[in-house]
Design a protein around this ligand. Structure first.
Ligand code: AP5
Ligand code: MG
Length: 216
């Protein structure tokens, strides 16, 4: 059987990307983020990117058809055989059902909810800056870079995501509550849901995740 498929669930700003990066570095499993892949397509101006851009900029979900296409292409690549982490997918019940059909009984799946209160989320998102070069994530309120606008690790430029403006953040939280929140019950009923409190320091959250998922 192929390695474990870890589904990271949680509202925008919960720390899915932050934790996925840590897990990926420590346990050498690919980090598959639909948000990152879509943003790359937008940056490269591909046809798919052009189709996704409007929905992303306004905080809405990109169509299931586009998202399923990129996920299918990614999770069956050989580097995912030893396991992989899905960050930002599935995002509604229909995507969850499609994922189930896609992988069949071939893979062990676990869904991990990173839980954080809404008031913290807004500050995390509006303060977030990403390195264009190496993908490192900073927050101007909680974890600022040493030099404003520059990555500590590689010196790359730090940018704000277009959808981290306050009005779009509010929309993303609404979309999460309406479409993605039902997945908690869905995975609970499948018997594969685990939860972790995501409001603590990122390193503490990481340790909890390692324990909960029994990662080795
Ligand atoms: P996506 O990129 O998935 O965004 P999201 O779910 O809104 O999640 P974020 O990336 O904002 O939050 P995160 O949980 O990864 O937090 P992070 O670690 O960065 O999706 C973007 C868009 O793409 C969607 O709106 C949609 O349009 C489209 N899309 C993507 N997938 C789709 C799908 N499956 N179907 C349809 N459409 C799709 O952390 C956030 C901030 O908090 C950072 O500044 C970080 O430094 C800080 N932080 C993190 N952890 C901590 C901590 N423990 N303590 C203090 N600060 C912390
Ligand atoms: Mg993310």
């Amino acid at each position: 059987m192929a390695g474990k498929l870890i589904i990271l669930l949680g509202p925008p700003g919960a720390g899915k990307g932050t934790q996925a990066k840590k897990i990926s570095e420590k346990f050498k499993i690919p980090h598959v983020s639909t948000g990152d892949m879509l943003r790359e397509a937008v940056r490269n101006g591909t046809e798919l990117g052009l189709k996704a851009k409007a929905a992303m900029d306004s905080g809405k979900l990109v169509s299931d058809e586009i998202v399923l296409g990129i996920v299918k292409e990614r999770i069956f690549r050989s580097d995912c055989e030893k396991g992989c982490m899905l960050d930002g997918f599935p995002r509604n019940i229909s995507q969850a059902e499609s994922l189930k059909n896609m992988v069949g009984n071939d893979r062990e799946m676990v869904a991990l909810l990173i839980d954080v209160d809404k008031d913290i989320l807004i500050k995390r998102l509006t303060g977030r800056r990403n390195c264009l070069k190496c993908g490192a994530i900073y927050n101007v309120y909680f974890s600022p870079p040493r030099v404003e606008g520059k990555c500590d690790r590689c010196g790359g430029d730090l940018v704000q995501r277009d959808d981290d403006r306050e009005d779009v953040v509010k929309k993303r939280l609404e979309v999460y509550e309406k479409n993605t929140l039902p997945l908690i019950e869905y995975y609970e009923s499948e018997g594969i849901l685990k939860k972790v409190d995501g409001s603590m320091d990122p390193d503490v959250v990481f340790e909890k995740i390692v324990q909960k998922l029994d990662l080795k």
